[in-house]
Design a protein around this ligand. Sequence first.
Ligand SMILES: [Zn+2]
Length: 107
Amino acid sequence: MDTDDLNVTNANYERVIAVMNKFLTERYKDLCACPRCLCDIAAIALNYLPPHYIVETPAGKEHGSPWVMVETAVTEAIDRVIEHPNHPRSGSQIRPTDQHRSGSFMS
Ligand SMILES: [Zn+2]
């Protein structure tokens, strides 16, 4: 049996990443998008959701929690990171760039 293409994966992980990408480009344009904040958001959202491990095959992987649940979890996670970022609000130490606009979202 060829098991090269099989993978155990948390189906909700891909959903969370997909929803995050959508929200960050459509709704939360002023959100700090440094790697630290993005990882925090993903981790918090995944903790809200039940794990949904599946065997991933090339045939397809339409599994995971309902999209509305994933979107709720990501919204909660973004709100939490906005209120309690894991780094000082002014200037990211991880990736200081001009894209890093801080403070404007809350005002
Ligand atoms: Zn950040």
